[in-house]
Ligand binder design. Structure first.
Ligand SMILES: [Zn+2]
Length: 383
């Protein structure tokens, strides 16, 4: 019988797939130069492609019809050629690479158009998602697991159907003791403000987590009631989920951060961070102190021309698309409904690697729709 010791733990970690050593290891994942990072991704994506080609018949047929051979993936530049699925496909088809008996969670999102996207995840895939959250939290230097408390503003009434979003929010609980402020779908503003003051009185670090619209509601309530909050360097506001249906009242990023700094007494705008994720993506992308959204090394991002779907250079906006080899249970090779760009300049925080900027959601009926529909035509069930 092998007793667990530091040595056996080390052995276990070194026999893990390389991607897991990056996601779960102690070393800072944001340490690689571009070429090294791209080579790692090439190997992760190749392994994932073999898995999904075998495991997911629809994706296997998709590759076949496009004449795509995994073996032709030789250079990091080839990654942009890997066939990707429009995320809308998850509204119509169940794409899985493992038997349902191996699955742990059926993840759904209401999306903005009202139709459900369904993505199945097994334990490994969920663990890696949580791992990516920890990696993102690592960008908040002062936030240590053992001394942080979280206030979860939760999804609001309008987003109650968005199960994926609440799930991602609930992951915070696994990282820090968490207080929930939503009662029967309603944010209890008084409880949130009280919880925040209590947490600041007893914990070294506090995170206020929720969608931006709810953070604004709390800030306005705090102002209205004349409460003084001294967040200083001990409070971090982490937003996620975007504005969704609250877009008419959406503040621009600068105005949002200033409101948070003023009402919560934060030492500066670096205490306000945004996290990005969507149900079809298995990695959470978090902002650094300079609001660069740092893409973890295992996640490949290609920005595509909306009409031709060809890759565009850094600094040029286009459709965001991903190759996420951290998903084992479904082919996470997707073209999203977001317009964004890869930054061409290095982030001011000095970390190497890529940062991505989200610009906006694609409106329905934009001209790129045709290109996406062509992609879908390859995915009609066989027959
Ligand atoms: Zn940065």
């Amino acid at each position: 019988v092998i007793q667990p010791t530091a040595t056996t733990e080390h052995v276990i970690l070194t026999t893990l797939p390389e991607i897991d050593r990056l996601i779960f290891g102690e070393a800072d994942p944001f340490r690689f130069e571009a070429a090294e990072e791209a080579r790692l991704r090439l190997s992760f994506v190749r392994d994932a492609l073999l898995l999904h080609r075998e495991g997911c018949p629809e994706y296997g047929r998709f590759l076949e019809r496009l004449g795509f051979e995994v073996e032709t993936l030789q250079e990091p530049a080839d990654l942009d050629r890997v066939p990707q699925l429009p995320t809308s496909i998850f509204k119509r088809l169940t794409l899985t690479s493992l038997p349902v008996s191996a699955m742990e969670k059926r993840c759904t999102s209401s999306g903005t158009a009202g139709t459900l996207s369904v993505v199945w995840r097994d334990r490994t895939t969920l663990d890696r998602l949580l791992g990516s959250l920890r990696v993102g939290i690592g960008l908040i230097a002062s936030w240590f697991d053992d001394e942080a408390e979280a206030i979860n503003l939760g999804p609001d009434r309008q987003q109650a159907g968005d199960l994926w979003f609440s799930y991602v929010m609930s992951l915070v609980e696994l990282v820090s003791p968490t207080r929930h402020c939503v009662d029967r779908g309603e944010l209890d503003l008084a409880a949130a403000a009280g919880g925040l003051l209590m947490a600041l009185a007893r914990a070294a670090q506090v995170a206020l987590v929720g969608p931006p619209a709810l953070a604004v509601a709390l800030a306005e309530d705090i102002q209205r009631r004349g409460i003084t909050v001294r967040g200083g360097d001990r409070l971090t506001v982490v937003t996620g989920g975007g504005w969704k249906r609250d877009r008419e009242s959406a503040l621009d990023k600068g105005a949002f951060r200033r409101l948070m700094v003023e009402t919560l007494g934060l030492e500066g705008e670096e205490r306000v961070r945004d996290a990005f994720n969507q149900v079809e993506l298995n990695t959470i992308v978090m902002e650094c102190e300079h609001h660069g959204k740092h893409v973890p090394p295992w996640l490949h991002v290609t920005i595509r021309d909306p009409r031709t779907l060809q890759p565009v250079p850094p600094g040029v906006p286009g459709l965001l698309s991903y190759l996420d080899p951290s998903a084992a249970s479904y082919p996470c090779f997707i073209i999203a409904d977001d317009v964004g760009m890869l930054r061409s300049d290095p982030c001011r925080c000095g970390r190497p690697g890529r940062t991505v900027e989200l610009i906006r959601r694609v409106e329905q009926m934009e001209s790129w729709g045709c290109a996406i529909k062509m992609g879908q035509a390859y995915l009609q069930p066989a027959g």
